[in-house]
Design a protein around this ligand. Structure first.
Ligand code: HEM
Length: 413
């Protein structure tokens, strides 16, 4: 146990204890209240940080949208956004000649932001991008005041940074609601439309409906953007450093896609690429800790957790424990996933890049499809190696990201 200020934390990393947490379906094990307070302007009462009946209701409405059947509808957007990356690199290579040293982070971010904007706002995605930029600014403003957020009074004072946060929060809300109004006049099949329909079918007051729509749009953006882009960046770094795996992935993509753009059936058949992404998520899980709060007194096996105590499970240490993964735990070896996650190690339930239990990532099929389509498109157009400029320095920010970015030497095939 340890405490951060007045927040009590129980660190539970024993595989048996982790199993207890992962099978716990009680609504009494919820998202920590300190997160709700700290991230209020960013996340509101959306699916990410809400608890109890409010969470269960939002999950029920949103979950079907992310079933594999529906993710297929977004694949053409993913292909389109991957082609933007390919075109931009091709132009750079043509103008600079031969092999070009590219810092790929920004391109991976643009890809992920582009996909999520188009998926949320359909044909109005330019507006979606405007909302997205404001959300990024809000995120930045919130991280500036992170130090003061532990002191409740400072959250309510009209300091310069609080005023900036409040202004951005209002602007994002107004922009999303404006989109909603325009959306009602069209018939589109984007995520906003589904969120709207869910809100209409269930909420009573207009204020409640607006809150549901605004908060969940913000939540999906924030949950799906950086997690996916940083995974793409780490996977590129690993493929750049392991040419034999890059060749294997390229051979598979050529065989499965035969020069066509990937579709749902092809994405399903990319086994080697799936193994590579799983290994990348094992070594660099973007979300490094799963945190919960006991909203009532609870028991996990013989461990008693009093109400109000937080439980933390550190994904990043579980994913690299030699007792669990063997002596090559810190090595890049996608082969360990040859028989799926269940065959990869002694305690497969501790592999949890997408979280565990009822709060597991809603967007995991969406994210895997995005990553496979992007990487498949890249390897069929380019070969790449790690640049001498690359400095290996994973840093813990909102997600685990490369401190100095990832530079690759990229060549057109
Ligand atoms: C590689 C990419 C991604 C990773 C590694 C990832 C990881 C995670 C993790 C670990 C959680 C659970 C957090 C917890 O239990 O405390 C989570 C939740 C969630 N993720 Fe993802 N995620 C990714 C992409 C996405 C995408 C693309 C979307 C949506 C388009 C998304 C939507 C969500 C939502 C809505 C939740 C909240 C679920 C709930 O609380 O009921 N994620 N994600």
């Amino acid at each position: 146990m340890f405490s951060l200020g007045n927040i009590q934390i129980l660190h539970m990393n024993h595989p048996d204890a982790v199993k207890e947490i992962s099978i716990c379906t009680s609504l009494d094990l919820g998202k920590p209240s300190y997160q709700v307070k700290e991230r209020g302007p960013l996340l509101g009462q959306g699916i990410l940080t809400s608890n109890g009946a409010i969470w269960a209701h939002q999950r029920k409405i949103l979950a079907p949208e992310f079933y594999m059947e529906n993710v297929k509808n977004f694949m053409s957007i993913m292909v389109e956004s991957s082609n933007i990356v390919v075109d931009s690199w091709t132009k750079r290579i043509e103008s600079e000649g031969g092999v070009v040293d590219i810092n790929v982070d920004e391109d991976m971010r643009s890809f992920s932001g582009d996909v999520i904007s188009k998926a949320c706002f359909g044909s109005n995605y330019a507006k979606g991008e405007e909302i997205f930029l404001k959300l990024r600014a809000l995120q930045g403003a919130m991280s500036k005041k992170a130090l003061s957020s532990g002191i409740p009074i400072l959250r309510a004072l009209p300091t310069k940074s609080n005023r900036e946060v409040w202004r951005l929060e209002k602007e994002v809300r107004a922009l999303i609601l404006k989109e909603v109004k325009e959306e009602k006049e069209q018939t589109s099949k984007d995520l906003l439309e589904i969120i709207l329909k869910g809100a209409k079918d269930s909420e009573t007051s207009k204020a409640e409906m607006d809150r549901f729509v605004v908060d969940n749009c913000k939540n999906i953006y924030l949950a799906g953007y950086e997690t996916t882009s940083v995974t793409a960046t780490w996977t590129m770094m690993l493929l750049g450093s392991n040419p034999e795996w890059q060749d294997r992935v390229r051979a598979e993509v050529l065989e499965v896609c035969g020069g066509q753009m990937p579709d749902a059936g092809m994405v399903r058949r990319m086994k080697t690429l799936t193994m590579v992404i799983h290994e990348s998520l094992r070594l660099y899980p973007p979300v490094c800790v799963i945190s919960r709060e006991a909203l009532q007194d609870m028991k996990f096996g013989d461990i008693f957790v009093p109400k109000g105590v937080n439980v933390w499970t550190l994904i990043v240490t579980l994913h690299q424990d030699p007792e669990i993964w063997g002596s090559d735990a810190d090595k890049f070896n996608p082969e360990r996933f040859a028989n799926g996650v269940s065959g990869a190690c002694k305690h497969p339930h501790v592999y949890m890049p997408f979280g565990v239990g009822p709060r597991t990532c809603l967007g995991q099929h969406f994210a895997m499809a995005e990553l496979k389509i992007l990487i498949a498109t890249i390897v069929s157009n380019f070969s790449f190696t790690i640049s001498p400029k690359y400095i290996h320095a994973p840093a813990l920010r909102l997600v685990i990201e490369p401190e100095h970015g990832v530079n690759l030497l990229i060549k057109k095939l």
